[in-house]
Design a protein around this ligand. Structure first.
Ligand code: MTE
Length: 372
């Protein structure tokens, strides 16, 4: 091998995130230009990257995954041992809880994600529940804390007294579901370093913050975990007996997004144009999409391209005959799920700078450039 950089034999080449939009250079935060959605599975090089700290470099020969806390047999597995356990492959959509933040008016703090901090990939790994069974999860464990190898001091108040590692907990009921994976492959290849090489958690149906990358420790706990990304960040206001209480974000909310046309795209009058998008939900299925081309005054049904598969997005399309009348038109898409829930009309302020799942306006211009 040329060059002097030490690289473990197994470390994957970085997939090239060519064409992603930079939201933050370091740590790496990149989003997909959402109008590029073309396939059911998002190619790894187009999949958004959301990291709080610089990606750690982990040599797979030193890698250890420790499982401890409220378990009868604490254990440590090396990479090979993990690879030898029975594995599963599942398709799951990850969406960052702050996706589409740029649509909030007035502007709020945080990375100004447009539509593309979301992707749908195929993940391969060992079900977390198989590891918890092997370790003997105690009956009184209420949550499972997943901890990554990346460390640093968060920039947002309240700033912890020193560097901390990225950690999130998953409620016990979710942690033992078969879909929660301790994954080592994405789209049939080793994880890339930015996506968590060598091992990450995938918690389908929950916002992306639960899918801890560079996973090195799994700790079962008897008290709800109160870590930084559980309480200070990725929290929201709920109500208990009429009083506001903080809770940790978890399940993804129903959302449908228009990928094409793009904002302010110019379309020809009186032509057939196929509006295209994708929709996803947390622990249920998306069953209907309605599209409006007149800013919500009237709605018409769109058609699904993909079947309903729990935890994975469904692409959809809608054939629009563009109006004769030149001007600006606002397009919206609104999903309904199997429980009869529809997307809310506006952003719920109890979610702060997160959970932006109301129909997002895509303004387009209908005009004939030859008539300008
Ligand atoms: N895991 C670690 N260790 N560190 C992180 O900063 N970011 C989380 C999650 N897992 C993060 C992490 C967030 S906020 C999201 S949205 C997803 O990873 C993004 O996963 P991706 O970068 O593979 O798209």
């Amino acid at each position: 091998m040329e060059g002097s950089n030490k690289q473990s034999v197994d470390e994957p080449r970085q997939s090239s995130p060519a064409g992603l939009i930079i939201r933050q250079k370091e740590p790496t935060n990149l989003e997909m230009p959402f109008d590029k959605v073309d396939s059911y599975i998002t190619p790894t090089e187009l999949f958004y990257i959301r990291s709080h700290f610089p990606a750690p470099r982990i040599d797979v020969t030193d890698y250890q995954l420790r499982i401890k806390g409220a378990v009868r047999n604490p254990l440590a597995l090396n990479y090979q041992e993990l690879r030898e356990m029975p594995s599963e492959t599942r398709t799951a959509t990850l969406e960052c809880a702050g996706n589409s933040r740029v649509f909030l008016v007035p502007q709020v703090r945080g990375a100004q994600w447009e539509l593309g901090a979301v992707g749908n990939a195929e993940w391969t790994g060992v079900p977390l529940r198989a590891l918890l069974e092997r370790a003997g999860l105690e009956d009184d464990a209420c949550e499972v804390v997943l901890e990554g190898a990346d460390r640093g001091t968060p920039a947002e108040e309240p700033i912890p007294p020193g560097p901390i590692s990225y950690a999130r907990s998953v409620p016990r009921e979710k942690a033992i579901q078969p879909e929660v994976l301790i994954a080592y492959q994405m789209n049939g290849r080793h994880l890339s370093r930015d996506h968590g090489y060598p091992v990450r958690a995938i918690v389908p149906g929950h916002y992306g913050m639960a899918s801890v990358k560079w996973l090195t420790r799994i700790q079962a706990v008897r008290e709800p975990f109160q870590g930084y990304w559980q309480t200070s960040d990725y929290g929201y206001w709920d109500y208990l007996d009429g009083k506001p209480v903080r809770r940790a974000l978890a399940e993804m909310k129903l959302k449908s997004v228009i990928a094409r046309p793009r904002v302010y795209e110019t379309l020809l009058p009186n032509r057939s144009y196929t509006v295209f998008g994708a929709a996803w939900a947390g622990e249920t299925d998306v069953t209907e999409i309605a599209v409006s081309t007149d800013d919500g005054q009237t709605w018409a049904e769109a058609h699904f391209i993909d079947p309903a598969r729990r935890h994975a997005w469904r692409r959809w399309k809608f054939d629009w005959l563009t109006p004769n009348q030149r001007g600006q038109y606002t397009l919206l898409a609104r999903a309904k799920d199997a429980n009869g829930t529809v997307q809310p009309d506006g952003h719920d302020p109890n979610f702060g700078t997160y959970v932006i799942n109301h129909p997002l306006p895509i303004e387009v211009l209908v005009e004939d450039p030859s008539e300008r």
